[in-house]
Design a binder for this molecule. Sequence first.
Ligand code: HEC
Ligand code: HEC
Ligand code: HEC
Ligand code: HEC
Ligand code: HEC
Length: 221
Amino acid sequence: MKRFLDQKGLSEEEKEIVHSPITTGSIVRSHGFTFIVVFLVAALGFKALINGLYSVGVQQGYAPKQPIAFSHKIHAGQYEIQCQYCHTGVTVGKSATIPSVNVCMNCHNQIKEGAAYDNNTPIQWVRIHNLPDLAYFNHAQHVKVGGIECQTCHGPIQEMDVVRQHSLLTMGWCIDCHRKTDVNSKGNAYYDKLVELHNKSSKSAMKVEDIGGLECAKCHY
Ligand code: HEC
Ligand code: HEC
Ligand code: HEC
Ligand code: HEC
Ligand code: HEC
């Protein structure tokens, strides 16, 4: 180090810099300091970016205003209309489906809110729950085969005047439940065989994970 500093060929100005005592001013002016500051700023920025990515698409709590103030609290809570009466898809397939206006007209001959709605005017409901296209979720599989209550995933809908997204709907959320939920095998002959096989090799109850619930291809096209 000494030899390097005493090297010939350094200009007066350079010598002054390399020999000068370390002062706050010299630290601030040094390249090392600039580098550290730039590095810290970049690191903080990067962390914010990563945190941002984790929450991409996460819409927990999302409760948009709807074109008509339709209340689940009145219909499903107070008047105890079954969820399936309006969401007819839940036991048949992928989509739960939103009822069309003529379902409303079974009870209301007119809805007086805003512009009066009639059978010929579809209501433009704002969609609340929305998985990205790359993920596949099927209501019938969970509600009919799995025997899971709507509220387990959607929260106390019957108490909501305005529906809000109750769960995270992230991949971690799906996987977490598949790891800890027992397969509902009651009255399902196909599962009886699987359960028998499972119990031979394991002491714990058969989870969704044991029937392939963690396989990428089950949830991704
Ligand atoms: C009288 C018909 C009716 C009944 C009964 C009903 N719903 Fe709905 N539901 C709707 C309509 C209309 C919408 C769309 C407007 C809104 O979001 O409030 C909706 C929206 C929803 C949504 C949000 C859909 C989205 O956009 O992501 C969920 C979840 C839901 N209902 C669950 C339930 C559950 C659970 C029950 C039973 C406890 C139930 N509903 C009973 C008519 C009904
Ligand atoms: C295991 C969790 C789970 C259960 C149980 C469940 N849902 Fe859903 N629901 C979801 C997910 C996830 C979505 C978003 C699906 C998508 O975007 O493809 C959704 C979407 C919906 C929607 C929006 C429209 C549509 O067809 O996708 C309605 C309405 C709905 N659910 C109603 C119900 C009702 C009523 C029940 C009970 C009979 C129920 N859900 C049970 C997870 C669940
Ligand atoms: C099974 C019968 C039934 C169905 C189906 C039904 N409703 Fe209702 N609705 C009621 C009852 C009962 C009330 C409460 C009566 C009141 O307070 O006037 C009500 C109240 C309302 C109200 C608040 C009062 C008003 O008239 O302004 C709105 C808005 C409403 N319903 C919209 C809808 C929409 C939209 C649908 C279809 C998605 C629907 N309802 C389906 C029975 C029903
Ligand atoms: C509350 C618990 C719960 C949540 C949350 C949940 N699931 Fe499931 N899932 C189940 C159960 C229970 C079954 C088994 C149903 C049966 O018996 O076939 C299942 C089965 C499945 C299957 C069929 C697996 C197979 O091997 O046949 C797929 C695909 C699936 N879920 C996708 C999803 C996706 C995608 C999500 C998240 C958006 C999700 N699930 C969230 C409980 C859950
Ligand atoms: C139980 C259902 C389920 C299983 C099993 C599953 N995924 Fe996912 N995955 C999802 C859902 C739902 C999303 C969308 C989450 C969101 O929007 O936040 C997702 C999102 C993703 C994304 C993010 C895409 C993006 O838009 O950023 C990737 C990558 C991914 N999954 C890969 C995998 C791989 C690899 C496996 C197997 C090791 C796997 N997944 C298994 C349900 C599942």
